[in-house]
Each structure stands twice: as C-alpha cells, then as structure tokens.
Design a protein around this ligand. Structure first.
Ligand code: FES
Length: 128
C-alpha cells in the first residue's frame, strides 16, 4: 500500500502524482477518489497534468480521454487502457493499493507465454 497524503491535500477537482512501480495519478472527483497510471498509453504525457471532465481525464498532450473508473480511453489517439488502482481512506489519510502489472506479449518470455495464455491473464486485452 502506498501512502498518498492527507485527504485535505487533494482538493476536489485536483490530482496528485505518486510513485509506485510506475507513476500513479490520484484524482478527487467531487469527493470521490480515483487512481490510475499517470502515464498516457499513447505517449509519455502525465495524466495528472490533464483536465478533469466529470469522471474522465483529458491527456494534456493529444487530448485522449481516459475513464477514471475503468482506465479505458474514450477514443484516439490512445487505444490502450491505463491501469486503475484501489484507493483507501483511513482516518483522513489516503492510500493506494497498486494493481498487478499488465502482462503483455512483449513482456513475457516465449517459454512463459503458453503459461500466461492458458491461465487467461491479460494477453487478450493487450492484443488489439
Ligand atoms: S500523449 Fe496522451 S494522447 Fe498523446
């Protein structure tokens, strides 16, 4: 679990960037907190520098929008979702439980590929 900060450090409509395995952005949407990978899947823009539109964030570089609940982009140029993470608030302190890394065909060695494919991990999601 990653400590983000005090709830009061993330005002409504704002975001903060923290560092887990990769940078993570935490957004406050009308008092509800969401955490996603901070780096846009199109190029290397920081989504915490983007603009909140309801429950989506618009990438500051090429304007792809990502749904904060699912991580899915609403349209081009981004095609691949960002990971979403669990946010916990305990006594006014905010924490993020980072999701498991996404397994891609590129990140799996050939000897492991069959194992992951059989186990039904994320291979299908990243194949498109
Ligand atoms: S870097 Fe985010 S849409 Fe291009």
């Amino acid at each position: 679990m990653i400590f983000v900060g005090e709830l009061s450090d993330i005002p409504v409509g704002e975001s903060v960037r923290i560092h887990g395995e990769v940078p993570i952005a935490v957004f406050n949407v009308d008092g509800e907190l969401f955490a996603i990978d901070d780096t846009c899947t199109h190029q290397d823009a920081s989504l915490s520098d983007g603009w909140l539109e309801g429950c989506a964030v618009e990438c500051p570089l090429h304007a792809a929008c990502f749904d904060l609940r699912t991580g899915r982009p609403s349209g081009p140029p981004a095609k691949t979702p960002v990971r979403t993470h669990t946010v916990l608030v305990d006594d006014g302190r905010v924490y993020v439980r980072e999701s498991a890394p996404v397994v891609t065909a590129q990140s799996v060695r050939p000897a492991e590929a069959g194992h992951y494919a059989e186990a039904g991990h994320y291979i299908d999601e990243v194949a498109s």
